[in-house]
Structure formats: structure tokens, C-alpha cells
Design a protein around this ligand. Structure first.
Ligand code: UD1
Length: 381
């Protein structure tokens, strides 16, 4: 593939310095994606990285712990934007990112995933004529009611480099009329992190500490607005999950948004599940690796369970990660209690396929991405 044609002036580094990249992370799922990229950039020493934490997630359990677990260097800047409506959060990141970009004058902005911070940093960059590299481009749920889908569409529309993690990413971008020269099938950086950390995670006593036995428990995560913001739906989901808990323990690390919904929308309902506060990366990986099954509405967990060979039931009506269903262990079950009950029963009776690991989910995605950035940014220096 030929190199893209980003704005040549913005790409020219100031004399006598290495090409500089401002890398951006803001919310929990960003941290495990940015980590291998930063490690690779620093290992090579050919590019300079300046790390910005937007502060979209700020609780220690949602942020600092991940930096420690993954050995991510302290951010060079923390924008401290915190929570807010979509417009407020996005606007705050844009305003503060613009100031950083004007000061740093980077040659590229590197964003990952599909959270509000991803889109906001992208807009701030392109408006200053700084080309943007989007890692995990091209994923589409085709559901514009999801905030992440809007973030994905808009980020991809204006990014210079589009690094896709699975074949659907390329198909979707081509369908949207994207120049093939902008698309690079790099693989999955989140899996780079998983493969790098799995041995360490396996050394932890998380399973025993929670009084569980390997393959005899389920793991649950739930935080999507489509599941937690509607009290009737959330309550129905908890009813069926509590029923499942009668067959095997269901460990449920509760996301802050969900904790808030349980208080404000379900009158502080006491769940008959094994609830815990949000867990660190390594503890959660340890738990997933030995689970009998995982129930989730997260995007990344669909991918992680596929690599671990653990059955995953996705509590959504769609997925932007179809390769996990076509090749992996994922099944889309929506939020109908009857379907969830039946699918759990099938797994407990041994009826779930093992699946296989998708192409380029091999721990080398960050290397492929940095190869391209090094080449394209270096060519212009
Ligand atoms: C965000 C991402 C979502 C991702 C998820 C992972 C967007 C649109 N959504 O959703 O794609 O899957 O992160 O967690 O960017 N809160 C805290 N402490 C924190 C962070 C949040 O208490 O450290 C609470 C606040 O009440 C906040 C709420 O969680 O209002 C939601 O946080 P927000 O960042 O808006 O979205 P998430 O639901 O976390």
C-alpha cells in the first residue's frame, strides 16, 4: 500500500528533532490499547511520544491502576476533564487538546478506540492540520443510537491512517468510500497487551481470593447505556442473572455508571450476585481466563474471550466486532431473558464451540502500526 497524503507542512518535523507523536488515552478501554504502542515507540527510539490522559476516567480503579498494571509511563499531561454530558465532555477535551497541540506542535496525533476522548482529540488535531492515526478503525455496529458508533464514524472520516483490527474494518471503510491507501490491517493492539500480560495474570490468586474454583463460575460486566439506563430492562436482566447465579457463582465487578443506575433507578436493589468494585487489568484477566463463561456488553471483552477460548455471551443486539462471532467464542444474545437462559444452559451442557484466534491477533499489532508511522513520518523529515 502506498503512503497516505497528509498535510505535508504539518508533517515536517522541526529541524533537528525526531518526529513527535501526541498519543491520547482517556477511558479504561483505551489504556490497554495505548500501552503496547507506547512501549514499541519507546523501545525503538525513532519517534518521540508525548502522552496525554484526557481524564475522562479518573477513579483509581478505572485509571491509575491500569497505568501501574501495564507499565504505562505517567502521562506528560492530564487534561482532567472528568464526567459530563457528551457535548460538555467532548468540548472540554477539544479545548484542552488544542492548547497542548499548539504547544507541542506534533507531527501526528495517535488515538485509539471509540470513546468520546478519541473523537475529541481527533477533531482538535485535524482542525490544526495535524494528521491523525486511528487505531481500531473501521468497526461498525450499524447502530447510530450508540455513542461509540458516532465516535467511530466521525473519527474514521477525518483520520489519515486507519489501522484496522479485523477484516470487517477494511470492508466497512471501503464501503464508505475510503481511499485504500489509508487502510492498514494491523491486527489487535488490545490482544498485544493480553498476550504480554497473561503469564503475570495467571500467577495471581484472584480466583482463590474470591472463593471460586477454576471453570466453576461466570463473569459478568454491564455498563452500556442501552442496558443500564432503562430501569425495566436492567431489572429484567438482573432477574435472569440471579437465576443463573443459582447454578454457578456470577462474579460482577460493577462499573460506576451501573452502580449509579442501581442506586437511582432500581432503588438500591441488593443483587444476589458476587458483586465487586471494578477490578484491575491483571485481576480481571485472571478471572476471565479461568471462567466457565463470560456475560458482557463490553466491546473489548468479546475479543479477549475469543483469544482465551472462553465462551462469551454478548448482552447486546449487535456487535461491531463480527470476527469474534464468525471465528471466536462470541454469541450475540441480546437482552431477552429466555434467550440468555437458554444460551447459558447450552454452555453449561458443554455446547459451545472453542473457536479460533483471528488473523493478526498475534501480539505484533503495535509493531505493524509503528512500522507504518515510522516510515511515513520519517520519509518527510
Ligand atoms: C465510556 C465509553 C465507553 C466505554 C466505557 C468503559 C464513551 C461515550 N463511552 O463509557 O465506550 O466502553 O467508557 O468504561 O466515551 N464515572 C466514575 N468514575 C470514573 C469514570 C466515570 O464514577 O472514573 C461515572 C460518572 O458518573 C460518569 C459515568 O461513570 O458520568 C459515565 O462515564 P463516561 O466516561 O461518561 O462513560 P462510560 O459509561 O464510562
Amino acid at each position: 500500500m502506498s503512503s497516505p497524503e497528509p498535510n505535508a507542512k504539518a508533517l515536517r518535523p522541526a529541524r533537528g528533532r525526531r518526529p513527535r507523536i501526541v498519543a491520547v488515552a482517556g477511558a479504561r478501554p483505551n489504556f490497554m490499547k495505548i500501552a503496547p504502542l507506547l512501549h514499541e515507540i519507546r523501545r525503538r527510539g525513532t519517534l518521540e511520544a508525548f502522552l496525554v490522559h484526557t481524564g475522562q476516567h479518573y477513579d483509581s480503579a478505572m485509571s491509575d491502576g491500569f497505568f501501574q498494571d501495564l507499565g504505562i509511563p505517567d502521562p506528560d499531561a492530564n487534561l482532567g476533564v472528568g464526567s459530563g454530558s457528551h457535548a460538555v465532555q467532548t468540548a472540554e477535551v477539544m479545548t484542552k487538546m488544542e492548547a497542548i497541540l499548539l504547544e507541542q506542535r506534533p507531527d501526528a496525533v495517535l488515538v485509539v478506540g471509540d470513546v468520546n476522548s478519541t473523537l475529541a482529540a481527533t477533531i482538535a488535531g485535524v482542525k490544526l492540520n495535524i494528521p491523525v492515526a486511528h487505531v481500531e478503525a473501521g468497526l461498525r455496529s450499524f447502530d447510530r443510537g450508540m455513542p461509540e458508533e458516532i465516535n467511530r464514524l466521525l473519527t474514521d472520516a477525518v483520520s489519515t491512517w486507519l489501522f484496522v483490527s479485523e477484516p470487517s474494518g477494511e470492508t466497512n471503510l471501503l464501503r464508505e468510500g475510503v481511499d485504500p491507501a489509508r487502510i492498514h490491517f494491523a491486527g489487535n493492539v488490545m490482544i498485544d497487551t493480553l498476550l504480554a500480560q497473561l503469564d503475570r495474570a495467571r500467577g495471581l490468586d484472584t480466583v482463590q481470593r474470591l472463593g471460586l474454583s477454576a471453570r466453576e463460575y461466570a463473569v459478568l460486566t454491564l455498563h452500556r447505556p442501552s442496558n443500564v439506563d432503562d430501569p425495566a430492562r436492567l431489572s429484567d436482566l438482573f432477574d435472569v442473572l440471579e437465576e443463573i447465579q443459582q447454578r454457578l457463582p456470577v462474579v460482577f465487578p460493577v462499573h460506576p455508571r451501573t452502580a449509579e443506575a442501581i442506586q437511582s433507578r432500581l432503588g438500591g436493589r441488593t443483587l444476589k450476585l458476587r458483586t465487586t468494585p471494578p477490578l484491575g487489568y491483571l485481576d480481571f484477566l485472571r478471572l476471565m481466563a479461568d471462567a466457565r463463561l463470560v456475560l458482557t456488553d463490553s466491546g473489548g471483552i468479546q475479543e479477549e474471550t475469543t483469544v482465551l477460548g472462553v465462551p462469551c455471551l454478548t448482552l447486546r443486539v449487535n456487535t461491531e466486532r463480527p470476527v469474534t462471532v464468525e471465528q471466536g467464542t462470541n454469541r450475540i444474545v441480546g437482552n431477552d431473558p429466555r434467550v440468555i437462559r437458554a444460551e447459558v444452559a447450552k454452555i453449561l451442557e458443554g455446547g459451545h464451540r472453542k473457536g479460533r484466534v483471528p488473523d493478526r491477533w498475534d501480539g505484533q499489532a503495535a509493531k505493524r502500526i509503528v512500522d507504518v508511522l515510522e516510515r511515513d513520518l520519517g520519509e518527510r523529515s
